[in-house]
Design a protein. Structure first.
Length: 195
């Protein structure tokens, strides 16, 4: 097997692995959403002070967990884009265009975003889907707090402060992480240098 054919076979294998990783984390993303939704609904139906107090924590965790899975999907997309570029260069034509189509259809991988919400393309379905879940989760958390706070008396104020601080800390970190995209840019830069 000539050297070029061997490289192409290795690159195709890497591309396949990245696409499998991308699919696996998409699957984890949706399973995670549904798992947390069942937990939250269970806590709301249980309707005890402890179960209601868990709802805002579960909502924050669900959002952060979803972003964690999306961060792996983005990793796989960046690596797949690089492998497609290498393969297209070796083949002398734009045969592999999956990354370009993903940028057009889902969200541009290089665009600053918050989780799956891309402010520059807020009307894309991926942004709308993200916004839908954020509104749903916040609504469930607000409902739980509305039920819980009368049961807590003076402790309710301290609980709200703790939840607010925890939510703010997660929100700030995720905004900085996805907005600046340092890790994705560093990885993209590394891959370009390695070619």
């Amino acid at each position: 097997m000539p050297q070029t054919d061997h490289k192409i076979a290795l690159w195709m294998d890497q591309l396949r692995r990245m696409r499998e990783m991308q699919y696996a984390y998409h699957k984890k993303f949706f399973h995670g959403l549904y798992f947390f939704l069942v937990l939250v609904i269970g806590c709301l139906l249980w309707d005890s002070p402890v179960s209601l107090a868990l709802v805002p924590l579960l909502v924050i965790t669900a959002g952060t967990q979803s972003c964690f899975y999306l961060h792996f999907v983005d990793f796989a997309r960046i690596h797949a884009r690089f492998m497609e570029g290498r393969l297209n260069k070796a083949l002398g034509k734009s045969t592999l265009i999956g990354s370009e189509i993903e940028d057009l259809y889902f969200y541009p991988i290089d665009a600053p975003k918050f989780g799956g919400f891309v402010p520059t393309t807020p009307l894309r379905f991926f942004s709308f889907f993200t916004l839908h879940w954020v509104v749903l989760w916040l609504g469930l958390a607000a409902f739980a707090l509305w039920r819980l706070l009368p049961m807590m008396g003076p402790c309710g104020k301290h609980y709200l402060i703790l939840i607010g601080l925890w939510a703010a800390l997660n929100f700030i970190y995720l905004t900085l992480f996805f907005g600046k995209s340092r890790d994705l840019h560093a990885m993209d830069s590394f891959l370009k240098k390695s070619s």
